[in-house]
Design a protein around this ligand. Structure first.
Ligand SMILES: [Zn+2]
Ligand SMILES: [Zn+2]
Length: 223
């Protein structure tokens, strides 16, 4: 498969073998997008138009607040507020289901989440293509620690749709093998953690981060 702007980061992330690679890819897009909109892009009219229309979710506003560039953020919010005020005025003027839907839609969207979702689509496509075409990548795939549960499910379904049947079966078997080993490990760590509260097991070593690690696996959190 020829190198694209997607295959290079996929190879980089899979070579790191650290946590769920799909979460790491999503995180990279998220960080890149946040830095982009808080930087020079904020002044670009097409970006501003999108951020006015889509806004941001609570998590991404919190990320931007933590980035300590209050002027950039204030300017972004100033023009977002104008868009929301315009939509509200339009609704007040003619309160119909269409103007209500416009408000509901803009209240649900997030520019950063939208970017992450569309980039993840490309990553899934390229990843499955790389797995189909490259023995080296299949090997790299098999050596991953784990995929978080949401990405595990997503990969199984997508492979089934995108790969020829006999490839999809091998992909699913390899992926399930990775997940079985990780689940066994997580279950052991969490049991060890709960036992550490029992005096009978006093002094037995246990994984102090067991709960955080298992929660990250189950939800894709903290990637
Ligand atoms: Zn994940
Ligand atoms: Zn968001």
């Amino acid at each position: 498969m020829k190198e694209t702007i997607y295959t290079i980061p996929i190879n980089e992330v899979f070579e790191q073998k650290c946590g769920c690679p799909m979460c790491t890819l999503a995180k990279r897009t998220e960080t890149k997008t946040l830095e982009y909109i808080m930087g020079a892009a904020m002044m670009e009219s097409d970006v501003r138009e999108s951020t006015n229309r889509e806004g941001f979710c609570a998590r991404h506003y919190a990320n931007m607040i933590a980035m300590n560039n209050r002027l950039s953020l204030a300017l972004t919010i100033e023009s977002r507020l104008k868009t929301v005020a315009d939509l509200t005025d339009a609704f007040a003027k003619s309160p119909n289901s269409r103007s209500a839907a416009n408000i509901a839609k803009t209240g649900r969207s997030c520019f950063v989440c939208g970017k992450v979702t569309s980039e993840q689509e490309r990553y899934y496509e390229n990843l499955l293509g790389m797995w189909r075409d490259e023995e080296h990548f299949r090997e790299l795939f098999r050596r991953q620690e784990y995929f978080c549960l949401p990405h595990f499910g997503e990969l199984l379904e997508r492979a089934n749709r995108a790969l020829p049947r006999k490839y999809a079966a091998v992909f699913a078997r390899d992926l399930a093998g990775i997940e079985q080993a990780w689940l066994e490990r997580m279950r052991g760590e969490v049991s060890g953690f709960t036992r550490s509260f029992d005096y009978r097991y006093n002094g037995e070593p246990f994984e102090k981060e067991a709960v955080e690690r298992a929660a990250a696996f189950l939800s894709g959190l903290n990637a």
